[in-house]
Design a protein around this ligand. Structure first.
Ligand SMILES: Nc1ncnc2c1ncn2[C@@H]1O[C@H](COP(=O)(O)OP(=O)(O)OP(=O)(O)O)[C@@H](O)[C@H]1O
Length: 245
């Protein structure tokens, strides 16, 4: 279980403080899937980075099961059970895919294990195992490999930041299947940051973040109707629905 209490992260912009994560609280139970959505620049990725320990919160507390992990750094949080897939994955020159996956799994993976892992993100093991994790990989390939590194190991909480971004339709379907499997296994908490309706509809809980604040948070069945009703009305206003709501 992940419990986040009054989490705040501020930056200094030309001498002024700007709150990118503004007193955010939520809880994800074991086996639950939380989808975080909301407008661009709302603070979703920043929240994920604070949870993973990439950015240091200014105030608030984070509990993983009963353990207070607030003061843990990025490595310590990863060891405690937090997995995180970046929205824009970093590249690692000189690191092969094979090595990266084994490092992420925390053990030397067999050919079969690596193959299964790469297949779950729509990649063929034979084509990628000895490739470098550098600029020779396309954006979509990097994104899928990044997701595979988080899937390589069981975590207490896995956070995927816009897993759909830059991924083709076929790989996206495979990925959705893998998320559904993890969700059905009910072993770990899944936090997906997404703008994709299909992902949002998979959630147990939905949180909408705007201007660093929680605008909506609750069970999927309570949040979904207003979420898609709002979207429809916006389209209507812009004429996309032919002016009919
Ligand atoms: N380190 C930083 N310093 C200053 N501003 C930042 C920093 N990191 C992010 N921001 C700003 O904070 C806001 C929130 O960014 P964030 O990436 O968290 O949004 P997001 O909700 O994930 O957006 P998107 O849906 O576009 O991915 C944006 O306005 C961004 O420009």
């Amino acid at each position: 279980m992940l419990k986040v209490d009054n989490l705040t992260f501020e930056v200094n912009e030309e001498g002024r403080k700007r709150c990118l994560v503004d007193h955010i609280s939520f809880q994800v139970e074991d086996g639950e899937m939380l989808v975080i959505t909301g407008p661009n620049g709302g603070g979703k990725s920043t929240l994920a980075k604070v949870l993973a320990g990439i950015e240091k919160e200014d105030s608030g507390e984070i509990f993983l099961d009963q353990e207070n992990i607030t003061e843990y750094d990025i490595d310590h949080r990863a060891n405690a059970g937090i997995g995180y897939a970046f929205q824009q994955p970093p590249r690692f020159k000189g690191m092969t895919v094979k090595r990266m996956l084994s490092l992420a799994a925390g053990k030397e993976l067999t050919e079969e294990e690596s193959c299964r892992l790469l297949s779950s993100v729509g990649l063929c093991s034979a084509d990628y195992m000895n490739r470098q994790m550098d600029g020779t990989l396309s954006g979509g390939e990097m994104k899928r490999l990044e997701i595979a590194t988080v899937l390589a190991k069981e975590h207490k909480v896995s956070i995927f930041d816009e897993p759909e971004a830059g991924i083709d339709l076929w790989s996206f379907s495979m990925l959705i299947k893998r998320f559904e499997e993890i969700h059905q296994e009910k072993k770990e908490c899944l936090i997906l940051i997404s703008h994709q309706e299909r992902i949002i509809r998979m959630a147990d809980k939905i949180m909408v973040i705007e201007d660093g604040k929680v605008k909506q948070y609750g069970k999927s069945e309570d949040v979904l109707p207003s979420l898609f009703q709002q979207e429809k009305c916006q389209k209507c206003v812009t004429g996309m629905e032919g002016g009919v709501c």
